[in-house]
Design a protein around this ligand. Structure first.
Ligand code: AMP
Length: 142
């Protein structure tokens, strides 16, 4: 199973923000949509950064609630690890484990085309394991 197959099932929509949005606006968007991270895009649509709920919690704990008026661009992670449509579930798990994060924007020809979260990976991994187990049961019983 690769990223292309995952996106065929879950769709390509990605929740994004611009670097000028405030942390408060992003926090409200994350809460409303029940998601854990937002991809920050530049004017040309390319990935400029990523901001997750962990970043918001970290700066809140360090600076207090006034930090929520700051702009996303000041807090976001700029060095974003991305994946491609050809990456496999294993590639994604390795990237997330090595980088200790739970979100991977999907980039194709320089443009953002999707996002895979650790929740998607768990879901598709379980489906793959169940398929293998059922094929094995069929093989044994025939
Ligand atoms: P997460 O586990 O996704 O909530 O993110 C944990 C930390 O890693 C936060 O500081 C995020 O900004 C950062 N982060 C999340 N996803 C990525 C990514 N794909 N590449 C680089 N950093 C990331």
């Amino acid at each position: 199973m690769n990223v292309s197959a995952i996106l065929k099932d879950k769709g390509r929509a990605v929740v994004t923000a611009t670097s000028g949005a405030t942390l408060m606006q992003v926090a409200q968007d994350l809460a409303k949509r029940k998601i854990g991270a937002i991809v920050v895009v530049g004017d040309d649509g390319t990935v400029a950064g990523i901001l997750s709920e962990r970043d918001i919690i970290r700066v809140l704990a360090q600076h207090g609630p006034a930090i929520l008026e700051k702009q996303v661009g000041e807090i976001m992670t700029r060095n974003v690890v991305t994946c491609s449509l050809a990456d496999t579930l294993n590639d994604l798990m390795q990237k997330m484990t090595a980088g200790r994060f739970r979100h991977l924007p999907v980039v194709e020809n320089g443009g953002l085309v999707g996002l895979v979260s650790i929740g998607d990976i768990v879901k598709f991994h379980i489906a793959e394991v169940e398929l293998e187990a059922s094929a094995m049961r069929d093989y044994i019983s025939h």
